[in-house]
Write a protein that binds this ligand. Structure first.
Ligand code: SF4
Length: 252
């Protein structure tokens, strides 16, 4: 499923409420630094000259939507056909969005769903710090599983690097994890074994995110062997965190 415009919705999101979506990636193909086995946009395909919207086009599209909207928005969400922080003008776009939000819907939050791969870039961190919610992905605290589920374009990426970059937010972010099981080219994918969960809880203890968001696959996925984790199991995963007073959102 691909979004065919820069601004889409508003839609009622499972996790965020009434959300106006913003897609900074091409409208004809996914562009991402991961290639997650569960990605609702499908697998990555090589794109020779990706057409990204300009900062001005994003500002104009948002201005048009926000100035004519007759619904109460909870959130303006950057997500779309890939990784929004890959956009070279991400910082300027977030600055524009915050200004338009203040003008037209001051109660709405500005949120970014990101895969955490670009947090080594200063301007990306600066942009995310301007937002109300940084929802940052960590699908496994074990390298081999993260590589198997997220298939990073940079094969050298490690969990330790991601964790180091997440430390910059001093806990002021939401950590999001998709739980799933399946099989990929003869290898078992399962990020909810005891060993996986122990490592994941340890990372959460270390990072102390203000919120943890866990969810299951909801739509068609590019890898067809994936199974949805039962709701009861998801609540069991959340329970030890809740006992420690951590805010956990479970979307099933
Ligand atoms: S990070 Fe998001 S957009 Fe990128 S491949 Fe994974 S699910 Fe798809």
């Amino acid at each position: 499923m691909l979004f065919s415009s820069i601004v889409y919705g508003p839609i009622r999101s499972r996790r965020l409420g009434v959300s106006l979506g913003v897609n900074l990636m091409p409208t004809t193909a996914k562009l991402c630094s991961f290639d997650c086995v569960y990605c609702e946009c499908g697998w990555n395909h090589p794109i020779s000259h990706p057409q990204l919207p300009t900062r001005q086009q994003v500002r104009e599209a948002l201005n048009t939507q926000l100035s004519t909207l007759n619904t109460q928005l909870n959130v303006i969400t950057f997500s779309g056909n890939g990784e929004p922080t890959l956009h070279p003008d991400f910082l300027g776009i977030i600055q524009d969005t915050c200004a338009l939000r203040d003008q037209f819907c001051p109660n709405a939050k500005v949120s970014v769903l990101s895969n955490s791969t670009q947090l080594g870039r200063k301007e990306v961190v600066e942009a995310l710090q301007l937002c109300d919610n940084r929802i940052l992905k960590l699908d496994s605290a074990i390298d081999a599983t993260m590589q198997l589920i997220d298939k990073p374009v940079n094969h050298q990426l490690t969990v330790a690097q991601i964790v180091k970059h997440l430390e910059q937010f001093n806990g002021d972010f939401t950590l999001q994890t998709c739980f799933l099981r399946g099989e990929y080219h003869g290898q078992t994918i399962d990020n909810n074994t005891t060993k996986e969960l122990q490592a994941w809880y340890q990372v959460i203890d270390h990072l102390q995110p203000k919120q943890v968001m866990i969810y299951v696959i909801d739509r068609e996925t590019p890898l067809k062997t994936l199974e949805k984790i039962p709701a009861q199991k998801m609540q069991e995963i959340a329970a030890p965190l809740r006992e420690k007073g951590i805010d956990v959102i479970v979307s099933v």
